[in-house]
Ligand binder design. Structure first.
Ligand code: HEC
Ligand code: HEC
Length: 226
């Protein structure tokens, strides 16, 4: 894990700004593996693609994604500052919690696995694997993994895309996918994903294994340019 102490304000007697100091408030909510809060679920940040984390922080700042605490946290932070924190968390490692075995009928799990690995052409739903990676651990630089996330966080994000309280760069493929998932399909895919063990190597794939089946505006967004 890289602990960069290259904070912007350290020169010329300005207040110390080490990366540890910067991320301490974040860890109070996010922990190393994510945490259940009264205000919702704070997902893990460690090991996620830097470009994905950066895009989310910008989305919270610009109001494309809504969470009161997060919107306030990043309201006045510059792109450069957000990018440095994103790189820090992308390189940080932390163990994954064990998958939760949710009591779910075998039909729910079968349908969930089908959506994740094959999709459902009749409903216009591509497989989750085709974009989130064969191992579902994400794809560099901007696509997150789907394993190692709690079931209700996944359901909440899909619900937020449907409700318009989470948006990504246009074309927002996840908006279309979330809209094509019925309530029971949303539950099935979230239940199956949350019951999967995280592969031994949890790092995101370096590049997509297959041609993505739809265009997603966030996939090719550049990271922060110095
Ligand atoms: C008061 C609690 C709290 C604090 C403090 C906090 N977060 Fe969050 N964060 C959350 C919650 C809750 C979510 C999930 C919101 C949602 O459901 O969309 C979140 C989501 C995120 C996401 C999106 C992750 C993903 O997988 O999509 C990122 C990135 C993030 N936070 C980074 C940070 C950073 C960096 C800091 C410190 C500067 C921070 N957070 C501080 C509660 C917090
Ligand atoms: C065409 C490509 C594509 C397909 C297919 C796809 N996704 Fe996504 N997904 C993305 C991208 C890109 C993002 C990042 C969006 C952003 O930057 O907010 C994403 C983000 C997500 C997130 C947010 C994760 C987090 O940490 O907050 C969830 C949950 C999700 N997808 C679930 C699914 C599920 C379930 C399926 C299968 C039914 C699926 N996706 C299929 C491209 C895709």
């Amino acid at each position: 894990m890289v602990l960069a102490s290259c904070g912007v304000g350290t020169a010329l007697g300005a207040p110390a700004d080490t990366m540890e100091q910067r991320v301490a408030p974040c860890l109070a909510c996010h922990g190393e593996t994510g945490a259940d809060l009264e205000s919702g679920y704070a997902p893990r940040l460690h090991g996620k693609p830097a470009g994905y984390l950066f895009n989310q922080l910008v989305n919270f700042r610009e109001g494309r994604r809504y969470n009161h605490a997060m919107n306030l946290m990043v309201a006045h932070l510059s792109d450069a500052y957000l990018w440095e924190m994103s790189e820090f968390f992308a390189e940080a490692e932390a163990p994954y919690a064990d998958p939760v075995t949710t009591p779910a009928g075998s039909e729910t799990l079968r349908r969930g696995r089908q959506l994740a690995t094959e999709g459902d052409a009749a409903l216009n739903i591509p497989s989750c694997q085709s974009c989130h990676g064969e191992r579902l651990t994400g794809v560099e630089p901007n696509t997150p993994g789907l394993v190692g996330l709690p079931r209700f966080y996944i359901m909440a994000q899909l619900g937020a895309w449907r409700a318009g309280t989470r948006r990504a760069a246009e074309p927002d493929c996840m908006h279309d996918i979330a809209n094509s998932l019925s309530g029971s399909d949303t539950q099935a895919v979230a239940t199956w994903l949350a019951s999967q063990p995280v592969p031994e190597d949890p790092s995101p794939a370096q590049e997509p294994a297959v041609e993505p089946p739809m265009e997603c505006g966030s996939v090719n967004l550049p990271g922060y340019e110095q």
